[in-house]
Design a binder for this molecule. Structure first.
Ligand SMILES: CC(C)(COP(=O)(O)OP(=O)(O)OC[C@H]1O[C@@H](n2cnc3c(N)ncnc32)[C@H](O)[C@@H]1OP(=O)(O)O)[C@@H](O)C(=O)NCCC(=O)NCCS
Length: 170
């Protein structure tokens, strides 16, 4: 089996909007993920997010975005891996990074379609639990569940390799 190259996270700059949008579009067209495919809407929706492009070797394979809702709650607003890169551990690597980076935040949340088995399995395996269900959360007639992970007040140590601000190699 081929060995996976390291997964890298790089803070996305203004010039990266097109790349972020292309990744969002690559996972659109399914009821399981509510993609925003219009550029203006996409930039508006995520303008206040912390945005990362995710690489694997020389390839850009996905993205993740999150925002602070309150001083106690951070919301993971988008996590998308290009279809050909899914199921190879990239999503788990990204989430492991986020959980370490956001270990001091009391509550993390993410909204998922209940039939999005891959995402549901990923979040549940990392300690997220269903806190609420909405039958038409995005107005697309599809249900969504709110997954929440509570950090019990212990600020975990972030290892030196995860400290650099702009580029992180996992
Ligand atoms: C959901 C998503 C982010 C997961 O990322 P990924 O890189 O494909 O997932 P990983 O390979 O890291 O797998 C993570 C876990 O998902 C689950 N999983 C992976 N493939 C699966 C499959 N075919 N069926 C069911 N569960 C699966 C497993 O629990 C796996 O854990 P493991 O490491 O113990 O095997 C990715 O598939 C994606 O971008 N999907 C489209 C957009 C989307 O739905 N985003 C989530 C929005 S909330």
């Amino acid at each position: 089996m081929l060995k996976m190259k390291p997964v890298t996270l790089v803070r996305a700059a203004e010039r990266n909007w097109s790349t972020l949008l292309l990744i969002e579009r690559s996972v659109s067209g399914t009821k399981l993920y509510h993609a925003t495919v219009n550029r203006a809407e996409f930039e508006k929706e995520f303008e206040n997010d912390i945005r990362y492009l995710v690489g694997c070797g020389v390839d850009t394979v996905g993205m993740v975005m999150y925002k602070k809702r309150t001083s106690a709650i951070t919301h993971i607003s988008a996590l998308a891996i290009k279809p050909q890169w899914q199921g190879r551990g990239v999503g788990r690597a990204i989430m492991s990074f986020l959980l370490q980076k956001l270990a001091g935040i009391p509550q993390l949340e993410v909204v998922v379609h209940p039939e999005n088995t891959r995402a549901v399995n990923l979040y549940q395996s990392l300690g997220f639990e269903i806190a609420a269900r909405h039958e038409n959360y995005f107005g697309d007639g599809e249900p969504r569940v709110l997954f929440v992970k509570l950090n019990k007040g212990v600020k975990k140590h972030i290892s030196a390799t995860l400290r650099p601000k702009r580029t992180v190699v996992l």
